[in-house]
Structures are given as structure tokens and as C-alpha cells.
Design a protein. Structure first.
Length: 586
């Protein structure tokens, strides 16, 4: 029998993006970056490229003169309702309704500068507007409502869906004390979260059933112990020990607490109770219903309130997933998220990123962590600087991917997909899939020139391991043999790099798919491979032909290139030897 090859093999099967600075203490297969990569549905720990966002409609081209920024939206049936800043009502937001079935906007008359909210700036801290359907009315809370002229919140009357109307009003006969911050539908009632100025205690006022503008009794109100502001609220179906479910409303009181409301006023069963963990959120648009419970961004990371009303520990903390971008989030009120098809996707401004060239940057985009990967940059690390990141959490398999480079300002679950608006792209709506289809494209139609993929440019992906596990031998290591499971596309080049703990590039190799890409109208039908896929481009361990032995104590391996449908990346194999001398000084 032949003797085995010298050296020790290491298999690294990419499981999840993780914050860890040292894979020795993290999960097997921890990845520093899976930028613009998503799990392949066919094979565990195999990854493919994320589809680009696809343009749907521009409000500015459909009668909304000067439309610049969509501040809130919601889906009801085949329609998308929202608020958008226009010059039709100068410096004010006005309502819109887009029917995705007919691809038309439906008129919502009745808007004036007196009954519409003042438009908000598109960046920086804010109080996010919100919309909720209660009975036959869509209620709009918006920080631009001042209460002048009785305009405390907006109302879209959809009792006749083809003859809608807009008004702004207050509740009666019992009025709200101050314009509400948030509204939720619970048991057919509108629950208004009101945070009055001047030390008056915040409260949740609730309307009559199916009549959101009417509060009949003065005691239709709940308070929450102290003067901490109420952030937002969302419904959650709780498990019943006797079977079935009990409906509840979770009210977030800043970052300090979450209260559970159950029962109903008319039945005499209305109750509120504090949950088990003293945490909450300052990111109202991060709160999303899911099949696992209620996702939200806390100051400690992403948490879930499950169907037993128990708040989880932060998902992915301690280096086993993603938590750092959420702990260091800048302007958390601008964070937006949505959940659909088992995927929770959240856009955040990561304050832990530092500009390239600063004393704390790593040379790859800089997170302040040696060897980290900043996918806001291209392969050279100098294409621009942005702290905007979108992370996706696969709630079914408990794995993270990202950061992705769409740079959303709003996200909305719709049917089996997502609608998004993109920072810096005005009042344009896009469709963004979380899975590949036969029609998926990989040229992002829009994005910020710094950080996100620029308009009309092929998307790039970044596959990067965390700092690989230490041998604990206190010695330098030499590696000559490396393979990476990849499926390639004809003509598509993958760049592979080995980097040490300082971000210094030890060597670079390139692999290009054989053949030429298939060009439409440039071949005879049935005589070309779709996407130029040939047999030798199929999934196979590709050899990295290093130019010389890679000598290191800490190592990160990185693959990047242009996104394409056929591309797949999976397990890494490397063979190394522990050298007989102590690690070298840095």
C-alpha cells in the first residue's frame, strides 16, 4: 500500500457567516464574508449567487411629481400602499396605491398641504412612519403630523377599493393627547402608541372594534409603569397550553422592556405583562413576524420572541453568527427588515466598520478586526466606503449570509418575494428575490456609488473564511496543496487569495471557466450550452496552483469574482505541515 501524502488535511465546509476573529473558538465552517452569496437549496453548505434587485416602478414617472422618498408602506392583497414625498404637496408626504396585478396606480383623492404630514429627511435618526389596516381604513402614523387643524394621523378609506379617499383626523369622542408614534391592529381595534411631551406618561390608546377613529370610553387606555417612550408594537400568536393559540400584542418600550397585551376590553379580560428579559428595540422597522416568532434588533443583537412569549438570547453572538453590526448599529431607527420564505433580511449601518487606511483598518475594508473582510469594497479595497450592510438569516437552518450590497431603505414581504426601496434611488420600487429562478439577473439596477453595487454593474461576490483554526503548535505552518469545490461558468474568472492576520496578501491565483459565455443570437438553437456550462465547469474540487509555499501562523482564504447563475462554491480542502521553528515576529 502506498504511504499517505505528508502533511495534515483540513476541510472547511462553509456553514454560516460569523463575526468571529478566530475560527478555533467558533463553529466549524465559520465565514468572515458570504457577500452576495446565498445557500444552494440542493446541497448543504453549498452556496450560489444572490439575484440582483429588479426594477418594478418609479413613482416619479407615474403622476407623483418630484417624488423623492418613500417613507413607509404596507401590502394588502395585490396592492402596495405607502407614503411618498412629492412636489404635488410641497414638503409633504402623500399616499399612493400601486396594484401589482394591473401594474397601475389607483388615485387617492383628498390630499392637501393641510392634511398631509411634513416630509422627513432620508438619512439620520428619525421616528419611522407606519401604516396599518384596521377595518375598512388604513391608519397612517407619521412624525410629520403636528396636530394642527386636528391632523393627528392619516386615514385611507378603502371601504370602496376603487374609490378611495384620504383624510387626516383625531379620534373621537375621546381624542388622543398627542399625535401617535405607532399603530397596530389587535382584536380589530387600532392600538395607538402615544408619547406626549412634557413628562406625560406614554400610553396605548385603543379604538372601538373595526372603527379605528372612534374611542368611546375614556378608560380605553393602557399605561406602562413609567415615562419610557413606547417604540412600536406587533402582534404575536401565543401557544395555548390547552391547545390552539392566544392572540397577543407585543409593545416595545424603548430598549428596556417588552410588554405583552392579551384579552380584550369588551370581555373584561384585557391584561398586560412584562416579558422575561429587560431588552427592547430602537429599530421599529426591524420587528417582523415569522414562523419562529417575532424578530427584532435589540442593542445586543437580533432576538426572537417565541410563541411562548420567551425572548431568546441574541442570535449569533459569541462568534457563532452575526451580532457585531447590530451591537454597533448607527442610527438604529433607520434599520429596516422583512421576513419571508424562512429568510429574515435586515439592513443596518455598521458603526464597527472603519475607513480603509485608518490605523484600525485591515486593508480589506476594515472592521477594526485583523484579517476581516469588508465587502463594501471591491477586491482592491479602495472603491469607496460605506457602513451600510444587509444581512440575511436563514431561520430554517440557522445560518447567516452577507453582507449583501443592495442598501435598502425599506423592505416589504410580498407574496413569496420581497419589495425594496434603495438608498439614494428616489421613489423607485424594486423586487428582490431571496432565491434563484430561471429569470434571475445579476446586474444590480441601482445602488449607491460607494458601498452598494453601482447601477448597471455586474454584482461581485466575496467568499472568505474566518481566520482558520490554529494548530496550537506555536510554530509556523506551510501549505502547498489547496482545492475548493466550485461550479464555474464559461469565461467567468474567480480570484483566490491567501492573507495573513494583517490583511497582507501572501499569494493570488486565478481560475477561469473553460469555453466562452453563450451569447444570445450568436449560436444555433440546441447547439450551445446554456450559460456556457461545459462538463469541465461542473462542481468539482479546483486546484489552487500557488506560486510558492504559503507560510503562515494565521491564515484567511478568500475567493471573489463576478456573480453569475451557474457559479457555486462549497468545501475547501488544504494540506499543511507544521514547521520545526517558532512563529516569526510580526
Amino acid at each position: 500500500m502506498a504511504s499517505p501524502l505528508p502533511g495534515t488535511p483540513l476541510v472547511w465546509s462553509p456553514q454560516s457567516a460569523a463575526d468571529t476573529l478566530d475560527a478555533s473558538t467558533s463553529i466549524q465552517g465559520a465565514m468572515a464574508s458570504m457577500s452576495n452569496l446565498i445557500p444552494d437549496p440542493s446541497t448543504k453548505n453549498l452556496w450560489q449567487c444572490r439575484p440582483a434587485a429588479v426594477f418594478v416602478v418609479d413613482l416619479a414617472a407615474h403622476g407623483f411629481t418630484g417624488a423623492t422618498f418613500i417613507s413607509c408602506w404596507m401590502a394588502a392583497g395585490t396592492r402596495i400602499y405607502g407614503m411618498v414625498s412629492t412636489t404635488g404637496t410641497p414638503a409633504h408626504d402623500q399616499p399612493f396605491c400601486y396594484d401589482t396585478r394591473t401594474f397601475q396606480f389607483l388615485p387617492i383623492p383628498g390630499t392637501t398641504t393641510a392634511n398631509t404630514p411634513i416630509s422627513q429627511v432620508a438619512t439620520g435618526p428619525w421616528t419611522p412612519p407606519h401604516m396599518e389596516l384596521v377595518g375598512s381604513k388604513i391608519i397612517v402614523t407619521h412624525p410629520g403630523f403636528t396636530g394642527v387643524g386636528g391632523a393627528y394621523f392619516g386615514v385611507i378609506d378603502v371601504s370602496d377599493p376603487f374609490h378611495m379617499n384620504w383624510t387626516a383626523t383625531n379620534t373621537s369622542p375621546v381624542p388622543l393627547f398627542f399625535p401617535p408614534t405607532w399603530v397596530s391592529n389587535f382584536n380589530g381595534r387600532a392600538y395607538y402608541l402615544v408619547n406626549p411631551p412634557g413628562g406625560v406618561q406614554p400610553a396605548a390608546y385603543f379604538s372601538d372594534i373595526l372603527n379605528p377613529t372612534v374611542i368611546t370610553n375614556a378608560d380605553q387606555i393602557l399605561t406602562f409603569e413609567d415615562n419610557e417612550m413606547l417604540t412600536c408594537s406587533e402582534g404575536l400568536a401565543l401557544s395555548n397550553q390547552l391547545g390552539g393559540i392566544i392572540q397577543s400584542l407585543m409593545v416595545f418600550k424603548g430598549v428596556n422592556n417588552v410588554y405583552q397585551i392579551t384579552g380584550d376590553y369588551s370581555l373584561g379580560t384585557l391584561a398586560r405583562n412584562s416579558l422575561n428579559v429587560a431588552t427592547g428595540t430602537n429599530a421599529p422597522n426591524s420587528v417582523c413576524r415569522s414562523e419562529k416568532g417575532l424578530f427584532f434588533m435589540s442593542p445586543e443583537g437580533i432576538r426572537i420572541i417565541d410563541f411562548n412569549a420567551i425572548i431568546s438570547d441574541p442570535i449569533g453572538d459569541d462568534g457563532v453568527g452575526i451580532s457585531v453590526p447590530f451591537i454597533y448599529a448607527l442610527n438604529p431607527s433607520r434599520t429596516c427588515a422583512a421576513f419571508n420564505g424562512g429568510t429574515y433580511r435586515i439592513q443596518v449601518e455598521n458603526g464597527n466598520l472603519v475607513p480603509p487606511g485608518s490605523p484600525w483598518s485591515s486593508g480589506w475594508g476594515g472592521t477594526g478586526a485583523p484579517g476581516s473582510v469588508g465587502p463594501a469594497y471591491g477586491p482592491s479595497g479602495v472603491e469607496g466606503f460605506s457602513r451600510q450592510q444587509e444581512w440575511w438569516f436563514d431561520a430554517i437552518h440557522n445560518r447567516w449570509s452577507g453582507p449583501h450590497t443592495t442598501n435598502c431603505s425599506l423592505e416589504l414581504a410580498y407574496q413569496n418575494s420581497f419589495f425594496v426601496t434603495i438608498q439614494g434611488q428616489g421613489a423607485r420600487i424594486f423586487k428582490s428575490e431571496h432565491f434563484q429562478t430561471i429569470s434571475s439577473l445579476f446586474t444590480e439596477p441601482a445602488g449607491l456609488p460607494t458601498g452598494a453595487t453601482p447601477a448597471g454593474v455586474q454584482m461581485n461576490y466575496v467568499w472568505a473564511t474566518s481566520m482558520l483554526p490554529d494548530t496550537d503548535q506555536m510554530a509556523e505552518i506551510a501549505m502547498i496543496q489547496t482545492t475548493l469545490h466550485m461550479q464555474l461558468m464559461a469565461g467567468n474568472m474567480v480570484t483566490f487569495q491567501a492573507r495573513d492576520q494583517t490583511g497582507r496578501n501572501l499569494d493570488t491565483v486565478e481560475i477561469t471557466g473553460s469555453g466562452m459565455p453563450t451569447m444570445w443570437n450568436d449560436f444555433n438553437w440546441n447547439q450551445a450550452q446554456w450559460n456556457g456550462i461545459a462538463m469541465n465547469n461542473s462542481l468539482y474540487p479546483r486546484r489552487m496552483a500557488w506560486h510558492f509555499p504559503i507560510v503562515f501562523r494565521r491564515l484567511q482564504l478568500i475567493a471573489f469574482g463576478q456573480s453569475a447563475a451557474p457559479l457555486k462554491i462549497g468545501r475547501l480542502h488544504m494540506r499543511y505541515q507544521v514547521l520545526n521553528y517558532l512563529q516569526q515576529a510580526v
